[in-house]
Ligand binder design. Structure first.
Ligand SMILES: C[S@@+](CC[C@H](N)C(=O)[O-])C[C@H]1O[C@@H](n2cnc3c(N)ncnc32)[C@H](O)[C@@H]1O
Length: 241
């Protein structure tokens, strides 16, 4: 893809309704945590505090995993990329504690129990890749990506050779790419794609390593939906070698 070309995005950017509190969060609070266009990728300055490591979550959906990880790991900086505005608004609600019906203060801030360790990229992750320096990231989460199960839509799957090339470039050696999915086709697709990519090694040594949630896991909306509907999620960790 040429840098000047905007990649085609096939998912939804906006749901039908964004209610009042979330609209206010998008207007008044998102600018405080948005990854700025001129942001320098520097662990000392890009978050509200100096961080030891930086993790990236691609397609964070409603943001439960991102908000939970950021709370559990206050010394790690998190970049979250999500195209769907309603999802971005939900993340903002989780990290400010402001819900529909809450009083909306004039100056909206993070909840008192949170560090300023999240930056939000509210657009297509493929546009952000070129800005991230080589080896900058320690971990990348791609959780329950849209499966695009039809063969003719396979090129839309996020785990693909072009994106793996970028993921391998931005992850440091020894860094982890975690892919979770509840979809059989996406599971074998991911394993094939990663098998064909010499920069990654699947870390699993037995079924227990990928059939169960990793110890640092935070549950997501799609995971709950999968379990409710009788599908078994898998958790695939790949090391950047
Ligand atoms: C099936 S949802 C899963 C959401 C969340 N990870 C979870 O587990 O609940 C996939 C999400 O990825 C987002 N997404 C897909 N492609 C993306 C891209 N190129 N950049 C940013 N977000 C993307 C979609 O908007 C959608 O919210």
């Amino acid at each position: 893809m040429l840098l000047s070309e905007k990649p085609k995005f096939f998912g939804r950017r906006k749901g039908r309704i964004i209610r009042k509190a979330k609209t206010t969060l998008l207007d008044a609070f998102l600018p405080k945590v948005r990854l700025k266009d001129d942001c320098t990728f520097d662990k000392e300055t890009m978050f509200g505090k100096k961080v030891e490591k930086v993790y990236l979550e691609i397609g964070f959906g409603n943001g439960e995993h991102l908000a939970g990880q950021a709370k559990n790991n206050p010394n790690i900086g998190f970049i979250g990329a999500e195209v769907f505005q309603n999802g971005v608004a939900n993340l903002l609600s989780l990290i400010t504690g402001i819900k529909e019906g809450s009083n909306l203060p004039e100056d909206i801030n993070l909840s008192a129990d949170r560090e300023d360790n999240i930056r939000v990229y509210d657009d297509d992750m493929r546009l952000l890749f070129p800005r991230i320096p080589d080896g900058f990231l320690d971990k990348v989460f791609v959780l329950f990506p849209d499966p695009w199960p039809k063969k003719r839509h396979a090129s839309r799957r996020f785990i693909n050779p072009d994106n793996l090339k970028e993921l391998s470039r931005v992850l440091k050696k020894g860094g982890i790419l975690r892919v979770a999915t509840d979809h059989k086709v996406y599971k074998s697709w991911t394993l094939h794609q990663l098998h064909d990519c010499p920069d990654f090694r699947w870390t699993a040594t037995c079924g227990n390593d990928w059939k169960h949630e990793p110890s640092d896991w935070v549950e997501t909306k799609y995971q709950r939906k999968a379990i409710r509907e009788g599908r078994k999620p898998v958790f695939l960790d790949f090391e950047r070698i």
